[in-house]
Design a protein around this ligand. Structure first.
Ligand SMILES: Cc1cc2nc3c(=O)[nH]c(=O)nc-3n(C[C@H](O)[C@H](O)[C@H](O)COP(=O)(O)O)c2cc1C
Length: 226
């Protein structure tokens, strides 16, 4: 721990849970806005097992197909194998020239998501709900993260002696990147990019996400021809 800031932020969160003023400052919109995918972290901030437990605790309140609650979570901190997970992930596949994560800015900790049932459409929906809820909790308590689908599931299964290959990963740390969103129209370039050290993430204007039939069929045929 460098200067105790993170610990204090977490303590303040715990103390302020019942305070209405603090709750107001954490509206869903502000959490969603801050909840960007970080590929660079400030290594001075250690993520403890207690913090990971707090993040995973949101799962107790989530919807689940058939209420099956099949997800299980392996908590991996710096002391319990974060370096092993790091060797088996790929970050920033759309910016390969950057070789992310830059050495010295790797994620501090990981939540490895496993399942007690075979993978299926419903299970994957449960995983998405879980990951986004955990990511929002991380932001709420002063951390950041990134969902990781590009990883070597077989290696991670073997290294941690898991019964089945993990389904997804969530990296956690104190983000050390400047990230901005940019509004685009349907048909605009959706690829994220770096400009003067700022990570820019294009997002389609919500109004254009509402279906009108002509546009929907046009988009489907455009996607087919890509
Ligand atoms: C299911 C899923 C899998 C992802 N897998 C990876 C990954 O393997 N590596 C990576 O760098 N980013 C990954 N991401 C992060 C996306 O690239 C990121 O969400 C996207 O660029 C938009 O940025 P934002 O999250 O800041 O809005 C993943 C995101 C999701 C939802």
């Amino acid at each position: 721990m460098a200067d105790g800031y993170i610990e204090n932020a977490f303590d303040r969160y715990k103390e302020g849970r019942s305070s209405t003023k603090r709750a107001d400052a954490r509206t869903l919109s502000s959490l969603l806005r801050k909840n960007r995918s970080y590929r660079g972290y400030d290594k001075r901030y250690v993520v403890s097992r207690e913090v990971l437990e707090n993040i995973v605790s949101v799962n107790e309140l989530l919807p689940s197909a058939k209420n099956q609650q099949a997800l299980r979570f392996l908590l991996v901190t710096r002391d319990s194998g974060a370096d092993i997970v790091l060797r088996n992930i790929k970050l920033g596949g759309m910016l390969p020239e950057l070789g992310l994560p830059i050495e010295g800015t790797e994620p501090e900790a990981f939540i490895v998501v496993c399942s007690t049932v075979p993978e299926s459409k419903m299970l994957h929906i449960d995983v998405g709900i879980s990951l986004q809820s955990m990511a929002l909790r991380a932001v709420e308590i002063g951390y950041n993260g990134i969902m990781i689908g590009a990883f070597n599931a077989k290696n991670i299964q073997q290294e941690f002696s898991l019964e089945t290959p993990p389904v997804m990963l969530l990296a956690i740390g104190k983000g050390a990147e400047r990230i901005e969103t940019e509004r685009i129209n349907v048909g605009g370039n959706k690829s994220y990019r770096r400009e003067n050290g700022v990570h820019i993430v294009p997002k389609i204007h919500w109004k254009e996400l509402i279906l009108d039939n002509c546009r929907h069929s046009r988009e489907i045929s455009e996607n087919k021809s890509e």
